[in-house]
Write a protein of this length. Structure first.
Length: 272
């Protein structure tokens, strides 16, 4: 078996489509087996369509087409028990996890966002990440083989962008909070040779971002547009660009990289 993560097992949340599916396929291309999890249900506060069971099935087919083993499970990262049951079912079928990609997230800022947009965002993007790590990390420590964890943050985890709406504030706060979690876990797990980093992309071409609700939000708030524009002449970047960064972080290429925020942002954070 060859590949940069050959023989590893990766647990990926939010894997039905978008970045999560792309990460699953990139790691599978490099030899990993995949436990792919997604909620596959709609949130009442979302003004765009969330992933479906059919989307998750497509992820499974795509990984299988690469010749790798894959388990797909529908579970809500906000629910600790449901998440733990899904994780352990995947491990029982495929084997112990070496890599965790805490990717599940929502962007609920919209022109008509409900009051619940704040709490639903925090519960998914921040508490859901905590739940994911608390579910997976004990088995990694017990196994004693090290490992790698990547949390999907954002340029919004490093800059105060997107304006004053509850949904936007929640998105920025959750993505900043993720960086804090990463730094604490990186310190706590370093002695176990478990590395923890965030990837902080600019806007990525996924169904969460390339959606009419986000477009309408920016049209209603044109003053925000200069603050969400990249320095390089590109709008939304490709999911593959982020997946390549994730692969670096979880492979031996990044074996001494921990506690970092890896920006894939076309110069966004560096611009004036």
């Amino acid at each position: 078996m060859s590949g940069r993560v050959a023989g590893k097992v990766a647990f990926i949340t939010g894997a039905a489509r978008g970045q999560g599916r792309s990460h699953a396929l990139r790691l599978a291309e490099e030899g990993a087996d995949i436990i792919a999890l997604d909620i596959c249900k709609q949130l009442a506060s979302a003004r765009y369509d969330l992933a479906t069971s059919e989307d998750l099935a497509e992820t499974r087919k795509a990984v299988e087409a690469l010749g790798r083993r894959v388990v797909t499970v529908e579970a809500d990262v906000r629910d600790e028990q449901q998440l733990a049951e899904a994780f352990h079912a995947g491990v029982a079928e495929i084997g112990p996890v070496d890599i965790v990609i805490a990717n599940a997230g929502v962007a609920l800022f919209a022109t008509d966002e409900p009051h619940e947009a704040w709490q639903d965002t925090i519960d998914t993007n921040l508490t859901g990440v905590l739940n994911t790590l608390e579910t997976a990390v004990p088995s990694m420590i017990e196994r004693g083989q090290g490992g790698a964890i990547v949390l999907t943050s954002s340029t919004a985890g490093l800059r105060g962008i997107l304006g004053p709406s509850r949904g936007a504030l929640a998105y920025v706060a959750s993505k900043h909070g993720m960086v804090g979690l990463m730094r604490s876990y990186a310190n706590n797990l370093a002695a176990h040779s478990i590395r923890v980093n965030t990837v902080n992309p600019t806007g990525v071409e996924t169904p969460m971002i390339a959606t009419p609700s986000i477009e309408a939000f920016l049209e209603q708030n044109p003053q925000l547009v200069p603050h969400v524009t990249n320095a390089m002449p590109v709008g939304l970047i490709s999911v593959q660009d982020v997946s390549n960064a994730v692969l670096y972080l979880v492979s031996d290429d990044g074996r001494y990289v921990t506690g970092t925020t890896l920006s894939v942002d076309a110069g966004f954070n560096n611009k004036n």
